[in-house]
Ligand binder design. Structure first.
Ligand SMILES: NC(=O)c1ccc[n+]([C@@H]2O[C@H](COP(=O)([O-])OP(=O)(O)OC[C@H]3O[C@@H](n4cnc5c(N)ncnc54)[C@H](OP(=O)(O)O)[C@@H]3O)[C@@H](O)[C@H]2O)c1
Length: 378
């Protein structure tokens, strides 16, 4: 494949401005990496909030200049000499949870967070340039071949009819799947998911249903709950009232004969201090499991110590996913158990070119919530 020497891309500068560049150098392939033509990548609202220093958002700490942009759908144009299954021409998903090869506990979120240690910051320097460009050099470990025929050919030909843009909804499914697998959620168990109306929490409902769990979606927004219920009719919904005891009772009542086995939290940073989460935690049965994945900033976990103790509860944090989780969600997607596309509630809320970054950033903040995504097509 002929690879040009220069490419279009966005560059993030020290003052947090993002500028379009028409002739950035195309990265060169190295051992352990692939060069990938970016086809579709989301305009990430959390990145925009960070760059605009919105209240409650995390700080952007990476040294700049760099090309921002996280996960994406692309096509491989070159692979390093040690590639064994990845090859030129493959449609791939690239996810942005990068782990050091010599110590996988050294972790960064590509283009979002360079961690808190000298080791994570060093790792980020090596992988500093992300997907808001025509080409990206990606680590093999983050690059997953997709069955393009199955996913993208028309339904009339046995495919699932997804566009490349539709597939950008995929990563949101991997995050809660990683959380569920980390607490061993089983088919037939009941899981409380809260909140339930966001990009990630809505996706949590999708994967929980796909793996055969019973879902109780708990959130503040009546309209948001109605929307997720229309996409996943089998779920139960409970709207927060602000009275934690009453909300716990409603969740247990919705659970039927058995109290919930698992609770997954995916609150945003803005929910810091909101104690509705307590109502969900208190609903979990003895020996149940709780996994906290939301980016809240609380300094204490709002749960009475004796309840935790006498119920033998497990509470754990959950950051991202394991590589096997991504592989398994790809199988659920290709198998048709996890469904994307407009008819399943996943819309593309706007598409933009690199030159239109400012409009893309505004649209990314405007279109948030379950099933909404704004896409850059470099
Ligand atoms: N651990 C990980 O690996 C990981 C990975 C990705 C994301 N995350 C975290 O997951 C969070 C959720 O992502 P998302 O895209 O689904 O978030 P989101 O769309 O920004 O928000 C999700 C939901 O949170 C509720 N909410 C908003 N403001 C709130 C407030 N002040 N108090 C209480 N609830 C509030 C809303 O639901 P209702 O109005 O219906 O209540 C909203 O729909 C992210 O912000 C990030 O922190 C974690």
């Amino acid at each position: 494949m002929v690879i040009p020497k220069t490419m279009k891309g966005l560059v993030l500068h020290e003052d947090n401005s993002i500028k379009f560049e028409a002739a950035l150098p195309v990265p060169e392939v190295t051992f352990g990496s692939a060069i990938i033509r970016v086809l579709a990548t989301p305009g990430n609202p959390n990145l925009v909030r960070m760059l605009r220093s919105e209240a409650g958002s995390h700080a952007f700490t990476q040294p700049r200049p760099l090309t921002p942009g996280g996960y994406f759908i692309g096509r491989i144009v070159a692979v390093g000499p040690d590639a064994t299954v990845l090859s030129e021409g493959q449609l791939v998903l690239v996810e942005h949870f990068v782990r050091a090869r010599d110590d996988t506990t050294v972790q960064i979120l590509w283009s979002m967070h360079d961690g808190n240690t000298p080791a994570t910051k060093k790792l980020h320097l090596a992988w500093r340039n992300g997907s808001y460009a025509e080409y990206v050099r990606a680590p093999f470990e983050n690059t997953y071949a997709l069955d393009e025929k199955r996913l993208c050919s028309p339904v009339s030909e046995g495919g699932l009819g997804y566009s490349f843009n539709d597939l950008t909804h995929f990563i949101a499914q991997c995050v809660p799947y990683g959380g569920f697998r980390s607490v061993n959620l089983q088919a037939g168990e009941t899981v409380v998911i809260s909140p339930a109306t966001g990009l990630f929490s809505g996706a949590a409902i999708s994967v929980a249903v796909a793996i055969g769990a019973n879902v109780i979606a708990v959130s503040r927004s009546k309209d948001g709950l109605a929307k997720v219920k229309s996409s996943f009719p089998s779920i139960k919904t409970v709207q927060f009232t602000g009275d934690n005891e009453a909300d716990t009772a409603s969740i247990i009542a919705a659970s039927g004969t058995h109290a919930p086995d698992v609770f997954l939290d995916l609150s945003p940073p803005a929910a810091t201090g909101n104690d509705g989460v307590t109502a969900c935690m208190m609903s979990v049965r003895p020996y149940g499991r709780i996994v906290l994945m939301g980016g809240r900033g609380d300094s204490n976990i709002p749960m009475p110590w004796p309840v935790l103790l006498y119920r033998n509860l497990t509470i754990k944090g959950g950051f991202m996913y394991e590589r096997e989780d991504v592989q398994q969600v790809i199988r659920l997607l290709e198998g048709g158990q996890v469904k994307l596309g407009k008819e399943n509630g996943y819309e593309i809320s706007g598409t933009f070119s690199l030159e239109e970054w400012d409009k893309c950033a505004d649209a990314s903040l405007e279109h948030i919530g379950f099933g909404k995504i704004v896409v850059l097509n470099p």
